[in-house]
Structures are given as C-alpha cells and as structure tokens.
Design a protein around this ligand. Sequence first.
Ligand code: GLN
Ligand code: ZN
Length: 766
Amino acid sequence: MLTQNLGYPRIGSHRQLKKACEQYWAGKIDFAELNNVARTIKEQNWQSQLDAGIDLIPCNDFSFYDQVLDTSLLLGNVPKRYSPVLSAIKTNTEIDLYFAMARGYQKDGLDITAMEMTKWLDTNYHYIVPEFTADQEFDIFSENIFSEYNTAQQQLGKKAKPVLLGPVSYLLLGKEKEEGFERIDLIKKLVPVYVAVINRLRLQGAVWIQLDEPCLSLDLSKKEKEAFEYAYRAIANRVSGVKLLIATYFEALLDNSLLAVSLPVHALHVDLVRAPEQLDEVLALIPDNLKLSIGVVDGRNVWKNDYEKSLGLISKAVEKLGADRVIIAPSCSLLHSPIDLELETAIDPEIRNWMAFAKQKLTEIDELRQIAEGNTDLLAINQSAIESRRSSKKVHKEEVKKRIAAISDADASRHSAFPLRQRLHHERFNLPAFPTTTIGSFPQTDDIRQLRARYKKGDLSFEQYEQAIEQATIETIRWQEEIGLDVLVHGEFERNDMVEYFGEQLDGFLFTKNGWVQSYGSRCVKPPVIYGDVSRPRNMTVRWSSFAAAQTAKPMKGMLTGPVTILQWSFVRDDQPREITTNQIAFAIRDEVLALEKAGIAIIQIDEAAIREGLPLRKAKHPHYLDWAVKAFRITAGGVQDKTQIHTHMCYSEFNHIIEHIAAMDADVITIETSRSQMELLQAFAHFEYPNEIGPGVYDIHSPRVPGTAEMASLLAKAADLLPARNLWVNPDCGLKTRKWPETKAALENMVAAAKQAREQIKVEG
Ligand code: GLN
Ligand code: ZN
C-alpha cells in the first residue's frame, strides 16, 4: 500500500517565509536571501515527509505567495497591465513581476493595481484570481516548477511528485475580464501547455504528477463536465510514461462520480473526511485500472485521527481493490493545518494528546499503513487517546448539553414583530433620518498594539493598561460627539481580534502559540481551537460597554461577535455537528446580550461577518446550513425586550440567493459592505422588499483613500432609490481597525456631511 501527501504548509514553523517576504518587499534583503529562506523551508518540509515514511511527496507545493498565482505565471497568463514591470524597469526580474501581480506595483513612476483575491473554496485561504481575456493565449513562462522538481529530486529521488492546479479548475476558479466569451472555452488553448509541462517533468524523471481538480466536487454544468472529459482525454493522448493523479477535496463527487472515475488517469484522490459516504459509490464505479487515493486524515483540522474509523475505510477499499491499488493520504493539502504540535508546550497535556498538526498528520498516515499491514500496537495507543477525549470532563459539560437540547422556537424569536419594535425604537432614540454610525473598531494604532504587548509581557500593570485603554476610548467618544455621529461605539481598543477576544473569555476554547495558518500572501492567522462544550463563565464586554456608555448622553452600541463567525474562524470540534457547537456559542452570546441590556445598553450589534462565507460548496446543502446559521443568530438576539435595538453586520455582502435568510435573521438594523459595488449589492434587498432597517456601507475601508461628501451623498441617493429612505442608516463598509486616524477622521467627517445633505435633499416618508 502506498502513502502520499498532497501538500505541506510553506510558511515555516516560525513563519520564516512571512518575515523574509516582508523584508524583501521593504528592500531590506535581496532575492538571493529570500530564496535561501525558501530553500531551507522546502528542504525541511521534504525531510519531515521522508522521515515520516511517506512514499509520494509533493513538490511545487511551495509558493512565495499563492499557488494559483504560480500557475498563472507557469502558464504565461500575465495580464497586460503588468508588462511595464519587466519591460520598463530592466532591473526587475520574474519575482518582481510575480509580487506586482499579487500586491500591485506603485513605484518607478508606475501605478498598477493588484490582481483580485478571493477565498479558496470554503477555506480561509485566499488565492489570486486568474484573469482571462477573449484573445487569451497560454505558453510556458515561469520555469519554477521545473527547477523545484530538480531540487526535490535530488533530495527525494523518485518520491518527488510535482503538484499543480489542474486545467479545468484553473479556468473555473478564474474570471473573464471582458464580455463575449466563456473562460471554460479556453480549455482547448490551455491543454497543449499542460501537455508540454507534463512532458518536461516526465523527461526530468517524474514518476507521478498530481493535478488538483477541486472543482470536480462542485456543482458542474454540462459544458464544464465536458471540459473535464476533453482535457484529460487530450492529455492522455499526448503524454505517456508518467502517472497522473487527480486530486479532489472539500466535498463529495456525488453526481460527478462517474465522470471522475472515467477520466483516463492513473489515480483519483477523494476526501473521505468531508464525505466518507462517497467511498461506496466510488468503489462501485471504479474501473480496474484506476488506483484510489483515500483522504482519511483531516487536512483542515487539528484533531488526532481516529484510526479505527480510518481503518474501516481503508479495509473497505483494500477489500475491493487490493492493497496495491489503495493510497493512504490526508483529505487535502496540509496547507490548512498548523505545522508542529511539538512547539505547543503550553497546551494542557491531556488536551494536546487529542491533537495533531501537519507534522503529526504525516506520522498518522504512515501509522495507518503499518496498522493496516498488521502492527496493532499502534492502534491501541491511538484508541486510548481517542477514548480519553470521548469521555473527558474537559470536553463534556452536562448543563451546556441540556440547554442546547431544550432549545425552543421561543428562544429564537423576538417578542413582537419588527414594525412594532421599530416604532418603539424611533420613540426611544429619536434619531434623525439617515442616522450615522460606524461598525465598531477605530484605528488600532501602534501605540495601542504596543500597550497590549507590554501588558502581556508584564511591563505594564493591569491598572496601567486599563487606564490607557480607557483614555483611548474616552478620546474616541469625544471625537465622535464632536463630528456629530448619532450612534456611537467604544472603539474596541481592548480587543486584539473579534474572535480571539471572545474565545479567550469562553470555556471550551484554547489558544496556540505557534498554530499559524496562511491566510493570504504573508498574512497568517492563528485560529482558536474549540475543544469542548462552550459556556460563558462571566460577563465579557459589559465592563467596557458600560464604561463607554457612561461617557456620553448619546446611544452607545454594545459590540459582540456572532456564533457563526466565531465558529467559522476557529478550529472546530469534529466530534459533534457544527450546528451544535454553534448553538452552544449562540447561548453564550445570548447571555452576554442580556447582560448588556441589563446594564442599560440599548443598542447591541452582533457581528456575523462570516455568515455568507460559511455557505457550503454544494447548493443542495445551502438550505440546511442557512437554517441553523440563521437560527443561531436568532437565539443570540431572542431574549431581549422589544425596545432594545439589535444590529448585525456582514462583510461579504453578495446576498442574491440567500436574501430571504438574511431577512429571517430579523435584525432591527443590518450594516453591510456595498460601497465597492456602488450599491449594486443592494438590488437583492430591493427586489425582496427587505423590511427592516439597513446601513449600506458608503465608503470602502480597505483603502486609505478618503471619499468626498458628494461621492457618499450620491451613494445614499442611489440607496434611497432602491429602498425606503426611512429605513436607511449611514456608515462605512466595515470596522476601521486597520486604518490610520487622519484618513478615518477626514472620511467620517465627510460621511456625516453626506448624511446631512441626504436629510435635506431626500424625501423621507412614513
Ligand atoms: N465590529 C467589528 C469591527 O468593527 C467588525 C469587523 C468585521 O466585520 N470584520 O472591527
Ligand atoms: Zn465587516
């Protein structure tokens, strides 16, 4: 039985790549030095995989920024606007072009925007979206894959397996940059370049080549299915002497099963962590000549593999196919898991014994093979860890489970319907039309960050730290009053991160020291780990919200993160359905909402920034997800009195297909991100005749640019054309945490002026 890995994290166990890239961008090191760091990381990664006894070890899974961008460069798909980066500036090399595409280029008299970035399927990893034009051509441009294979081969010999994104997914994950053609039709032009790449790798000595085709487990049109058939038949006709493996992940093949097993390649990889149930169907359909790689070790989470469960799947596959046609693998690339659990010396040893990071997952893959071949001692050790987790008091809290089991419809409903609540709110707050507010955070300056760092180090006492945060909060409140904002916020200076802040105060969460995962480019995140039943031992935000409210006569919004967002941005338990964990968080937040209300906070915002991005990959699964996600939000808000106004906020606001569910959340006010789309995203709300109040973002907070009053006033006018003016609020797209003060002040002053203009110029009825 063979084992393989599909990809390994490339940031380095201490984020060496991040640091080196940022130094290179700042001009502090040259490319030779950056490349040395890269080379060391690759060699260490390969060595770990060799040491773990993996048979097929990925290469070309390394990337300085993003593997999809690497593919674009390999295929010579460089948008024309980047031509001057090389042609006009002769000292630039390929890496400068590459980073220009990733990050934009603003020097040497050039000003070229970066390529768009979006989420890699349902992960929190972001890739650079390939751009296609009607006259698109492809041709091998970057030689990186070939030189990386060479290096890998020196260390790994025949075990080195080049990985690249497959041609169909490459097209589907990209975007047409002009009208009049469909990118999938470019497959005919693209295939010859893939053939050339594969043939060169074969001549260099590659035995196996992995082509990632995650789109094979998505909903596909007839034409897209045909593109798969065409591409792989054309490739098979023109290459020989090398084994191709197609990797699918993150979903079941479902209606694409027959298509997938019929593609003329040597092996197919399926994700049995996400979708163990697909094994039966794949085994029933698989032709005699195809090997099956079964992803049994979770590449997306931090938990130790349950060997008994995995062995069940392995023996089923072996029984049908014979051991020599089965490959044991992680479910997907290990890119999405943190690197090395051994560095986590501060985690409670009992809990740490339940966990595995990338390096440990490699060992699991090898051990599974050994057990499948007869070494049962390893199984016993594993099962004792699994049993310890299954029965631990640290995980299981009876009171929490009981409360979740008893959820009623009443828990998830406000007392009265929106129109009545709205009337109470208008009487209570007496706000002008087009009330102005912000989304919560104000700039987290270096001063604030240093404050926290010094406090954590012990250089600052608790009292000193709190006093400094109080000072920042007071100043921000004074300033909001001065410029005439209507509903104020406290600024979130006491928070490092909107999920971590709550995770740290809730039971059932733990935090790692080094559990970094790449989010995009050099940006890494360290998601909290939810290991047990979640409960709230004490108030979390009342202290700061009450303090802030006491500083002003204006309404002060309480500020909480919603359950779906907390779930979405954490490593989650895999021993119970996600919706159960979400409901536990929902009750914890509900209790916090009630504590805020009791403390006199009249407006409470529950951010669900990530609700849209949590949508499952397959449409058929949307309704179930939306049901529990919306219900979780309703639980958080369901306990308050009618006179309390509940806000929510969402970042990624493409709501066309799910608007009825957004409405079902029944927030009194929703603020969304709409400025970059010029209010286009409001169409969905207009068509639906969205009944509640809404604050469409009037300025983009992702850039330091200060929008003018006229610009924002005209966006408001647009919004008022689409929705009743009496329901509109005025606010930025999102929190202001990443901005600097000067631009924030200028932009918000203009925003308040724009709201005043709207009050004068736009008729408000009702
Ligand atoms: N209240 C949060 C903030 O302003 C919301 C952030 C977000 O939506 N990502 O920072
Ligand atoms: Zn946001």
